[in-house]
Design a protein around this ligand. Structure first.
Ligand SMILES: [Zn+2]
Length: 113
């Protein structure tokens, strides 16, 4: 499953960051995934909890937020909101779109004690 390998990646990033910060415990991790990243926020959240089970992050709360997709339309020469890859430009109906945001996943912040 795509989300599970992503989640394992997240766990490693957070473990490293927590270790470097000298944290005893990570209470909360906030993630953001783009709407065009082919990742369901609910599924990623579930997979993070699953992947954290046998780790120091077993008690950590994972929060996943979705950031909107955005593309540049070469036809109407402006940035437009894009709900999904393959959808036409919501302004002109054209397909001359270049995705500018929404395909990424990032760790927003980590709460430690
Ligand atoms: Zn357009």
């Amino acid at each position: 499953m795509h989300e599970l390998s992503l989640a394992e990646h997240v766990i490693r990033i957070v473990e490293d960051a927590a270790h470097q910060a000298g944290a005893q415990r990570v209470t909360r991790v906030r993630l953001a995934v783009g709407a065009l990243a082919h990742v369901e926020p609910e599924t990623l959240q579930f997979c993070c909890t699953l992947a954290a089970r046998q780790t120091a992050l077993a008690e950590t709360e994972f929060v996943v937020e979705q950031t909107p997709g955005q593309a540049y339309c070469a036809d109407c020469r402006q940035d437009v909101a894009l709900e999904r890859i393959g959808f036409p430009c919501p302004q002109c109906g054209g397909f001359a779109l270049r995705v500018t945001a929404g395909e990424e996943m990032q760790v927003l912040d980590i709460a430690i004690v």
